[in-house]
Design a binder for this molecule. Sequence first.
Ligand code: F6P
Length: 561
Amino acid sequence: MSCANTCGSELISDSRAWRDLQDHVDEIFNLHLKDLMQDRDRCKSMIKEFDGIVLDYSRQRATQCTFSKLFALARQAKVKEKIDAMFSGVHINRTEDRPVLHAALRAPRGVKIICDGKDVVPEVWEVLDKIKCFSDQVRMGSWVGETGKVLKDVVAIGIGGSYLGPLFAYTALQTDPEAAKLADGRRLRFLANVDPVDVSIAINGLDPETTLVVIVSKTFTTGETMLNSKTMKSWLVASLGPGCVAKHMVAVSTNLKLVKEFGLNPDNAFGFWDWVGGRFSVCSAVGILPLALQYGFPKVQQFLEGAWSVDYHFKTAPLEDNFPVLLGLISVWNVSFLRCPARAILPYSQALQKLAPHIQQLSMESNGKGVAMDGTPLNYHAGEIDFGEPGTNGQHSFYQLIHQGRLIPCDFIGIIKSQQAVNLKGELVSNHDELMCNFFAQPDALAYGKTREEARKEGIPEELVPHKMFTGNRPSLSILLPTLDAYTAGQLLALYEHRIAVQGFIWGINSFDQWGVELGKSLATKVRQTMNKVRTKGECVCGYNYSTTYMLNRFLQGEIT
Ligand code: F6P
């Protein structure tokens, strides 16, 4: 029985558009991609280009009819209206009563984005101008450390959304020759985990005299970040004295009061706003400050421009040509109708090695929800398990399961012109060509597979035939970017951010809160209190189940012996 009947609430699954798609599933299950791929007109209708990005979704288990039904679902879910609401500053993050305006972070000067009666773009640019000024000073050596030396290394402390997005962008540009030249030997390290091992990795080889620490925390209360900040503060103070903090530590936060309480000069803080969700904050000072320190502000501005190009397209393009909408619909189809539990993010670019970890948080923290916006439990699956690795490394790791095991829709991301042109003399294919040969081969291998007959024709011994045949009919989509630079990295970021929002718009969930991470955090606080009592007052571990009591005791005893 649908919830509409029991609690008066409407889930999208109660709609005719949803039921139409459900009824359509059997029809699709009877089709094979190797046949669908014969239809030139179908394929042609499923390859689209926008601002240099090529999107080919012809290897989805879908027909043009499927897409008509998916667009009907998008209209039923009021996707267009929700996009408009997002860009108009409506408080669509209802459980936290906040607007969702990360797109405003990359809006060019002069564009108006109104939030609660106020144009937010001028404030965005005020912070960007401050970042430009500060990063120029540090890079040019007019802002120096306590002993007068140039600050050539940066440690950015932050976790989750205050880490993964900036790490993705930093890594994407690290091997771009132009960006690498601008980095000019500067080092940017990230310190996320509270594990002392991560601290030691972050500071390995760094000199406090030439190191700037950037504390990145939206709330400025996150346990790991606060503890790591204290650790880094004492690392600096131990060699430079307490006065060094003003020159060697700055912060990015929405909580400027706590920044001050931590002992930082508020002038050395870079603010952002409640309308930027943590995992959507790469384009705020969270990402822009560390990236500008590393690569210089003009390079980072190209990243913002790339993201804005997709923002504007998302806001204005009709549903049928709208890349984030198409991508979002494809994922909803795969998750909720074809019942695929996961999505593989497979960039054929080593520089995109941190894309999948970022998308994991972006997608799973956003859409890993069990209730609709009004609290009604969902009677369909929302969210998916995102994972990935750059090709071809992934091929030698988990592709076996994708080819012959579970049904996992894949996103293949390829680059036309590599950041690095390595052409060995006498070799017919360059490293990049070889990489891209794999990029083109994998989607067809997944789609077509290999039949029993084909395996037999190859002379495979009969007993091995079942092991060497491939069912095929495994969906994928391909995204081809002209190159990987600051602009296209920004495009890619915005493409996934909005795709994930579209999925949430259709599922009727709030993709912008993250209450699910709270329970673990509060239990950790309880354990921390217990540990302190055991250590300082000799109290025993109590109030836990047998398993936790046993393991905690084992840990605490191990520490003593
Ligand atoms: O625990 C999850 C989370 O709340 C993320 O949503 C957020 O990006 C991260 O922690 C870090 O939070 P903050 O930037 O406030 O330190």
